[in-house]
Write a protein that binds this ligand. Sequence first.
Ligand SMILES: NC(=O)c1ccc[n+]([C@@H]2O[C@H](COP(=O)([O-])OP(=O)(O)OC[C@H]3O[C@@H](n4cnc5c(N)ncnc54)[C@H](OP(=O)(O)O)[C@@H]3O)[C@@H](O)[C@H]2O)c1
Length: 249
Amino acid sequence: MELNGKVAVVTGGTRGVGAGIARALAEAGARVTVCARRPPPTPVPYAAYRPLDVRDGDAVRAFFAGLDRLDVLVNNAGGAPYRPLDQADAERHARVIELNLLAPLTVSLAAHPPLRRTGGSIVMIGSVSGDRPSPGTAAYGAAKAGLAHLARSMAVEWAPRVRVNTLVVGMVRTELSHLHYGDADGVEAVARTVPLGRLADPADVGAAAVFLASDAASYISGASLLVHGGGERPAFLDAATADHHGQET
Ligand SMILES: NC(=O)c1ccc[n+]([C@@H]2O[C@H](COP(=O)([O-])OP(=O)(O)OC[C@H]3O[C@@H](n4cnc5c(N)ncnc54)[C@H](OP(=O)(O)O)[C@@H]3O)[C@@H](O)[C@H]2O)c1
């Protein structure tokens, strides 16, 4: 699984999950550019940085039109604050959908011509929040569900030249984990809920992105790959009074 000679762009690759993806792509041999609104908080020697707001369609189109080559696009920029539905109006929630669904469409459309020329691929960074109820981040979950669906349609429309896949990511330990899970005790407690016993490291997501971008995945398109450490143990198992060593219901 190597990416020697390939050129990759990772949106939001300046920190967190995106930085792990950018590093993994670079370690696999790709020439990587990360783009975000602000420069990386700590230098990323393995990638070039270009300022870009993925919600600004004109700037996005100008950025991709200026590339000499593109083999891999990772639509990673995204996220949302905790906000129960009735604590904001629809226009506010729409901003979350704009960043997590509309912007990846804008970026993918701008990247399509150069990706067609190289026979490249797109990796969408989805979330388990798009596969299950997402209380407190409902608009985000809806956008991520839409993103995985968009990827499946895009994979059909842009085949056979461009492959499109989604990484459906579980909980990742990043610089901002405390915002979601609290202090170290909170992170530890949350980690115990994951079958593999830990949150993902950004490098885990990076390794999966390298695979999907590489020739090893040359027959994989329109797929969703779960990177969630085994998922969530069904809550009812701990609440039920039945003997769960017995027969499954
Ligand atoms: N962390 C998790 O546990 C987790 C779980 C599942 C899925 N994910 C997904 O993984 C991706 C990255 O999440 P993360 O936790 O690493 O987030 P993060 O730490 O908040 O990083 C987000 C990155 O996106 C950039 N970004 C934000 N808004 C942007 C905009 N309008 N234009 C360009 N860049 C923008 C940020 O830089 P600037 O702010 O400087 O622009 C930053 O580089 C997201 O798609 C998220 O939904 C994360």
